[in-house]
Design a protein around this ligand. Structure first.
Ligand code: HEM
Ligand code: HEM
Ligand code: FE2
Length: 466
């Protein structure tokens, strides 16, 4: 850590990890309700649990991106953050809004919540991931504006690096792409368009740029490779993301009432979408090979190399599997989608968040790297979470295959509930792997409580001095 004001990232990272914990608890409850439909009913119905699970995911990822921005932008700009105080106030506003929103889901029936919060005046509630009541959505905009003001002012007064341009630019994109959430017309075709623009404009466009900037920053710091080389890679990755992602979102317009040419456009451009993820893998391993120092934070390096691989699997491979129009015709909305959703969100955005936290937290706590013991806990947490998530995705893929064979593509389709019964073994596997994921998370969190600095060998000391 080079600038005092970077410290405001600490509450953001801790807040994000706390909400992550909550997200997984709700995931486990939702997964168990698949096995016993009466579990916790009527106190916590499935729709409420599911909404809490997905909303906590989005909110904690946003919180960690913000923490990352408050950490990275000053260091790249070589100047203190414009207003650390504003960043801290914003954190508390954001956390309070997030917690109140989840509590309101849990304790107020959704329709009452809608009536209470002015949804009649400006309807926004009800679409997946965007279920938040109007005041929360307005709050998200205010929090985003505060962040944008702060980081943009910092960028203006300091050094302007490519990483900072991409990071600050994509944070602006993130905020702008949230605006269609306020457009919820009665025409369901138009409403669907606006919905995809937010959620998939984020995950298949804008957030990929954030991922690139964060990974670029971590790799520059850890490998000591020249900035110019990293920047060249980032330009290509940004270009490929935008070329493939913007029109690639057309894979959501098939058979929805949008013009038929989207069947071709969506299919062709979304085939290209795995390319930026492949480039991210090539980029990070190239940086590893060209490294000019051995950074003692092995755990952070593992996260940074694991991220592009898992992102490629989840978004690239599992995305490609379901993206062509003839495939969507059968697979739309089955557990294939959930398999892809889990692996892609985890591989790309959960893992890049944990990468930057892994790199920055030791520095924020006054050391270059955690003790070897703490890193062992963290690395164990990495493997348990990654392997469990792969099992979750495979189980959901199995459930997807059952649905397609017995229902979607069958001459005599079985009813929905019959099919769910046939896929039951896969829901068991998902739940067991879910518990193992939770264990991995606990192991990972435990690593933060093992204190101590890394014990530097003379070799590493020499390398660091160079
Ligand atoms: C990290 C990037 C990505 C993330 C986090 C992500 C996440 C998701 C999620 C959560 C859904 C489910 C949406 C819902 O209905 O609730 C979804 C749907 C979909 N994704 Fe992705 N995705 C990513 C990248 C990709 C890529 C690169 C492709 C194509 C190659 C793709 C293809 C699709 C398709 C076709 C659907 C629609 C499935 C359906 O409606 O049944 N995604 N994605
Ligand atoms: C960091 C890890 C996780 C991420 C990123 C994640 C992400 C998601 C996403 C994006 C969805 C919406 C999927 C869609 O609509 O296609 C979802 C739903 C769900 N998740 Fe997770 N999840 C995680 C961990 C877990 C765990 C550990 C469990 C426990 C078994 C779990 C159980 C569920 C269930 C049951 C649903 C509802 C699926 C449905 O509606 O059929 N998740 N999760
Ligand atoms: Fe998409």
């Amino acid at each position: 850590m080079k600038y005092q004001s970077q410290k405001v990232a600490i509450p953001y990272f801790i807040g994000a990890l706390t909400l992550f914990f909550g997200q997984i608890v709700f995931g486990l409850i939702a997964g168990f309700q698949y096995l016993d439909g009466s579990f916790l009913f009527p106190a916590l119905p499935f729709d409420v649990v599911r909404m809490s699970h997905t909303n906590l995911l989005i909110v904690w990822l946003l919180m960690s991106f913000m923490g990352a921005a408050y950490y990275i932008v000053p260091e790249e700009a070589q100047t203190e953050l414009y207003s650390p105080k504003l960043a801290l106030i914003t954190f508390w506003v954001f956390l309070t809004a997030a917690v109140l929103t989840i509590l309101s889901y849990l304790f107020i029936p959704y329709a009452h919540l809608a009536a209470l919060t002015g949804n009649a005046a400006l309807p926004t509630m009800g679409r997946g991931y965007l279920e938040q009541p109007l005041p929360t959505k307005v709050g998200i905009v205010l929090v985003a504006l505060s962040l944008l003001f702060n980081v943009t002012m910092t960028l203006i007064k300091g050094r302007k690096t490519t990483i900072n341009w991409i990071l600050v630019g994509s944070l602006w994109g993130l905020a702008l792409l949230f605006l269609p959430a306020f457009y919820f017309p009665e025409d369901t075709v138009k409403a669907s368009f606006a919905w995809w623009w937010v959620v998939h404009g984020w995950v298949e466009g804008d957030w990929e740029l954030i991922l690139g900037a964060l990974l670029g920053f971590i790799l520059i710091k850890m490998t000591g490779v020249d900035r110019e080389i990293v920047e060249k890679w980032l330009y290509i990755i940004v270009a490929m993301t935008l070329i493939s992602g913007i029109i690639g979102i057309g894979h959501h317009y098939y058979y929805t009432g949008a013009p038929a040419y989207w069947i071709w456009l969506g299919s062709i451009f979304s085939i290209l979408e795995p390319i930026p993820f492949m480039l991210l893998i090539a980029f990070s391993f190239k940086m590893l090979m060209q490294r000019r120092r051995e950074h003692p934070n092995k755990a952070a390096m593992l996260w940074a190399l694991g991220t592009p691989i898992m992102a490629f699997l989840g978004a690239g491979v599992w995305g490609l599997m379901i993206t062509l129009a003839p495939a969507q015709y059968y697979m739309h909305g089955t557990n294939f989608t959930a398999a892809h959703g889990h692996l892609a969100f985890f591989g790309a955005y959960v893992m890049i968040s944990l990468s930057i936290i892994s790199y920055a937290m030791p520095l924020l706590r006054g050391r270059l790297a955690n003790s070897a013991a703490a890193q062992r806990w963290e690395i164990t947490g990495f493997w348990v979470m990654v392997l469990s998530m792969l099992v979750i995705a495979l189980a959901l893929t199995g459930a997807g295959i059952v649905t397609v064979i017995l229902q979607r593509a069958a001459d005599h389709p079985m009813s929905f509930m019959q099919v769910e019964g046939k896929a039951r073994v896969f829901f068991w596997v998902r739940e067991v792997a879910g518990f193992s994921f939770f264990a991995g998370l606990l192991i990972y969190l435990r690593s933060f409580f093992i204190t101590g600095d890394y014990e530097y060998t003379s070799e590493i000391k020499q390398a660091l001095a160079r």
